[in-house]
Design a protein around this ligand. Sequence first.
Ligand SMILES: NC(=O)c1ccc[n+]([C@@H]2O[C@H](COP(=O)([O-])OP(=O)(O)OC[C@H]3O[C@@H](n4cnc5c(N)ncnc54)[C@H](OP(=O)(O)O)[C@@H]3O)[C@@H](O)[C@H]2O)c1
Length: 281
Amino acid sequence: MEKYVLITGSSSGLGKATAEKLAKEGFKVFAGVRKQEDKKTLEQIHPNITPVFIDVTSDESVDCAFETIQKTTNKLFALVNNAGVALAGPVEYIPVDILKKQFDINVFGAIRTAQRALPLMQHCDDCRIVNISSMSSYGIFPFISPYCVSKRALDMFFNSLTLECKMPELKVVSIKPGVVSTPIWNKSVDESMKNLEHLCEEGKKKYAKEFDFLMENARKNTDKGLQPEEIANLVYHVLTTKKPKLSYNIGKDSIFARFMSYLPLELCNFLVKTGLEKRIN
Ligand SMILES: NC(=O)c1ccc[n+]([C@@H]2O[C@H](COP(=O)([O-])OP(=O)(O)OC[C@H]3O[C@@H](n4cnc5c(N)ncnc54)[C@H](OP(=O)(O)O)[C@@H]3O)[C@@H](O)[C@H]2O)c1
């Protein structure tokens, strides 16, 4: 029987690699995009891929995407909440609008999409929601707190869904990758540099050294870490194994972040702060 999967944010990085992997393995993939040129690219990757326009921050766009999906099927086997951005800034000065934007995409966008997907999933035995969370969900990375908090909130909202939902067959899984080589890092630096302009002069001066270091480091991440295909393989495993775990770490840095989170907060904070200071100076 055909199994339909919706992946949000499939224009690049993990979403694109996952769409390709699942399509090659025989899944019918609705691949979320926001631009016409991305639709064209994805159409050419594999005949099992059907691009759908979906901006997860818009009710209208998500409704429209599901209308398109329902022209083909009323049964969705899985939703992969992948769309995401990473925004940075010091808590002391970051404008609240930036925090709202971070949550709009990474958290409310995933919930909005899941709320539309669940009615189609109840027609499927053994349906699944896979959230592409992050090692940042452990919350021990200064200056990217908007991103960290959004991933923690994503995990907590969907854990609540697991506890509340009256669909016993539904499995909700959080994948927490470490650094993966994708465009998100450069995009994040560009956006954060723009956002920095909105910081007051005092804020810019006070945190200039830390911010410069972190932005330089983020740019380097574009070419290091895991390959997107490794996450795509894990998503495939989660969709095909009988009993997926609730949470997966992938990447040594993600496993390290998990262990750091077991430490008493005082010790964890001390190690993170002194580690950052050492690297900056
Ligand atoms: N790369 C890493 O190191 C890493 C590590 C852990 C977790 N993750 C997570 O992996 C996911 C994918 O990121 P990536 O690294 O593959 O980066 P990416 O290549 O930048 O992909 C992000 C995707 O999200 C889409 N998107 C952004 N805003 C959206 C919106 N409002 N509505 C719908 N789609 C939207 C983008 O579409 P457009 O092209 O149209 O902007 C793009 O397709 C994210 O949730 C990220 O937090 C990444």
